[in-house]
Design a protein around this ligand. Structure first.
Ligand code: BTN
Length: 257
């Protein structure tokens, strides 16, 4: 059982996670918040589910997570406060918030994989799925979905990156309530950097990305490309150096060659 009171005691945010919706079982927390018919319209609302029947990952993949052991949640962002500008960078604020929280609470080394995976010892501990709907030129609703492997120790299936969890890395059970509060506290601060100091946010993100400068493979629906991971641009797109040309990558999976 997730102890909401314990979580609440540790939460220091003004907006993120203040409207808290707890579900035993749901199809997907992202799908729930994206659907306007569910009438969740408070900025920063959070849905946490112990089990998702149709948990979704990037690129139409499935996100599996054993019941009651992990953190599977989505956060709704609406309005100018967080979506005023640079909304492309919310991706980076999300993964950085997870990485910073793991480092602060457990002194584990994390690294970040473009666009938004969190790794420990080259294994994936967390994945993030961002979805948005727009009206005209404006983003109307953005949902940040975070899956974090906390106390699960057995993983079945095939993965493009081997999975791990905090319990596997630490050899002990982790308090999910304190961890979730820490992530949200960090996330709210990083969201204000997205608005006020995006350069500082990207600098911090890049300092945790071990792939910059390396020869990588980028694969998308159309095929594979190879080159040097040169940098990220101000929108967070990957700049891939192929021979003497720089190509901007908007989407894809990257791996070290
Ligand atoms: C990925 O690594 O491909 C992203 C995984 C995102 C999983 C989370 S769990 C909470 C939220 N609800 C979903 O259906 N997906 C995200």
């Amino acid at each position: 059982m997730f102890e909401i009171e314990n979580f609440d005691l540790k939460l220091n945010t003004d907006i993120i996670g203040r409207n808290f919706i707890y579900c035993d079982e749901i199809d997907s927390t992202n799908t729930y918040l994206m659907d306007k018919n569910n009438k969740v319209n408070i900025n920063g609302s959070l849905v946490l589910a112990e089990r998702q029947i149709k948990g979704r990952g990037r690129k139409d993949r499935v996100w599996y997570s054993a019941k009651d052991l992990n953190l599977n949640f989505s956060i709704l962002l609406i309005g100018k406060e967080f979506l005023g500008k640079n909304f492309n960078l919310i991706n980076f604020a999300s993964s950085l918030a997870v990485a910073q929280s793991i480092e602060n609470l457990f002194q584990l080394n994390t690294s970040l994989k473009w666009p938004n995976d969190v790794l420990i010892n080259r294994k994936k501990v967390s994945g993030i799925l961002l979805e948005a709907s727009s009206q005209g030129n404006n983003i109307e609703r953005m949902v940040v979905g975070i899956g974090l492997n906390v106390n699960q120790t057995m993983f079945q299936g095939t993965f493009n990156l081997p999975p791990t969890s905090l319990k596997i890395e630490l050899n002990e059970n982790v308090d999910r309530e304190r961890l979730l509060a820490e992530i949200l506290n960090n996330f709210e601060e990083l969201l204000s950097l997205v608005q006020n100091n995006p350069e500082a946010l990207m600098k911090e993100w890049k300092s945790k990305c071990r792939m910059i400068g390396e020869r990588i493979e980028v694969s998308d629906d159309k095929g594979k490309k190879y080159g040097i991971f040169d940098d990220l641009d101000e929108n967070g797109f990957l700049l891939l150096k192929i021979k003497d040309k720089i190509e901007k990558i908007h989407y894809g999976d990257v791996s070290i060659q």
